[in-house]
Ligand binder design. Structure first.
Ligand SMILES: *Cc1c(COP(=O)(O)O)cnc(C)c1O
Length: 410
């Protein structure tokens, strides 16, 4: 296991979990003992070969890793520039990257003797991944989900129930992801003894952003050896591109390459109807400002009074009002570049992937692909782009049909 890469980059975060001025631990005193216990457990697990052996075994036999690194010949030819590789994390069990991280956290929970797992979910993807792994280990699972999201995402609610999870609709606030996260934190404080809080992206108080990143880094680690050995490129990629909701699949792809200055790194935020003063988008870095939410300091969508704004995106998985603190830091230091893509551009990319490669992508990575479509034609044929295809599109066909005016008869 290549865990030598873990924490190899400039020792970030620091001891207090800060990435520059971002990150940290903005939580109530009652939560501190829980967070310190989790941090201690993770610090121990990080260098424990038996922990990683168990992860490796589950990644291989349960999730289906390594996911293929696929050269996309027809996209490459059509765009007429850079060579395009897709990292096929949509082929993982449950159809996205989220399970990479959930497995890690649940193995930690087991080591800590916790028997009850709680999670928050927006579109339901993290809830489904958590319910799946809880079923695998016979753990009680409670998923907090905004009441509005429960209505909008009925298929995922039913999946979670089939998997044995209890789904708690959260009616406070606007009944979306932000409110579900608040209730999950409240549950955690109340049920300290037996409960583990499984966070679905590189957000939350330290150590979550670093820990989730480390679990997702399997994506970038695989790309490194796959490109060199398996694809015979014998070198590093030139450009990495990934879509960003909270930023976990992107951090997973980027992190193992942060120390390689020749590698360009591009994160793609959801531009919704366009990044302007109307705020109908979810581009926290391009259209937000720093503030504190969910236990860390980062860029947030907020109004002049610091109230958190509800973003908009065609893709429910990208509508988190913040972004992981490490991205905020990579943005400010200039190590990574952040762009945004509109709903309309993402829809075009979605169809492009279906028609040219026979891959129905989720709407989230369709944003990343739309940016690939913009830059690939401007780059030389020896330039290698690796894009993270972080989820499959089965969940999105209803939304896409609606936008394309196709009547599904439902
Ligand atoms: C949840 C999700 C995302 C957004 O989460 P990140 O933490 O930014 O990766 C993106 N794509 C898919 C397919 C998802 O399920």
């Amino acid at each position: 296991m290549a865990d030598d890469l873990i924490n190899s980059f400039m020792n970030v975060p620091d001891d207090n979990g800060r990435f520059g001025i971002y990150g940290g631990r903005f939580v109530s005193e009652t939560l501190m003992p829980l967070i310190l216990a989790l941090e201690a457990q993770y610090e121990h697990a990080k260098t424990d070969a038996s922990f990683w052996a168990e992860m490796d075994d589950l990644w291989k036999h349960y999730v289906g890793r390594p996911s293929p690194l696929y050269f996309a010949p027809r996209m490459t030819e059509e765009l007429g520039g850079a060579k395009i590789y897709l990292k096929r994390d949509e082929l993982n069990h449950t159809g996205a990257h989220k399970i990479n991280n959930v497995l890690g956290q649940i193995l930690l929970a087991r080591r800590m003797g916790k028997t009850r797992i709680i999670a928050e979910t927006g579109a339901g993807q993290h809830g489904v991944a958590t319910a799946t792994v809880c079923a695998r280990f016979g753990l009680k699972c409670v998923v907090y989900m905004g009441a509005t999201d429960v209505e909008r995402q009925a298929p995922n609610v039913f999946r979670m129930r089939l998997l044995g999870a209890e789904v708690v609709p959260v009616k406070s606030g606007r009944g979306t992801l932000k409110d579900a996260m608040n209730d999950a934190l409240r549950d955690w404080v109340t049920n300290v003894r037996d409960t583990f809080y499984c966070i679905g992206t590189v957000a939350g108080p330290h150590p979550y952003p670093a820990m989730v990143r480390d679990f997702q880094s399997i994506i970038g680690k695989e790309v490194r050896w796959q490109l060199e050995e398996q694809e015979g490129e014998g070198r590093l990629p030139d450009t990495l591109i990934a879509a960003i909701g909270g930023g976990s699949n992107a951090m997973g792809l980027f992190h193992p390459f942060l120390d390689d200055p020749s590698v360009n790194i591009i994160g793609v935020e959801a531009g919704g109807h366009g990044v302007d003063e109307k705020m109908e988008h979810c581009a926290s870095l391009t259209g937000g400002r720093p503030g504190v939410l969910h236990g860390n300091r980062t860029y947030l969508l907020q109004d002049d009074d610091g109230q958190i704004l509800e973003g908009h995106s065609i893709s429910a998985g990208l509508d988190y009002p913040g972004i992981g603190p490490e991205h905020a830091w990579l943005h400010d230091t200039g190590r990574a570049q952040y762009v945004n893509i509109t709903d309309k551009e993402a829809l075009e990319a979605f169809q492009f992937s279906c028609r040219l490669e026979g891959i129905i992508p989720a709407l989230e990575p369709s944003h990343a692909l739309a940016h690939v479509m913009k830059i690939a034609p401007t780059l030389p044929p020896e330039h290698i782009i690796v894009m993270n295809m972080c989820g499959r599109g089965d969940k999105d066909i209803f939304a896409v049909a609606k936008h394309l005016g196709f009547d599904m008869g439902m």
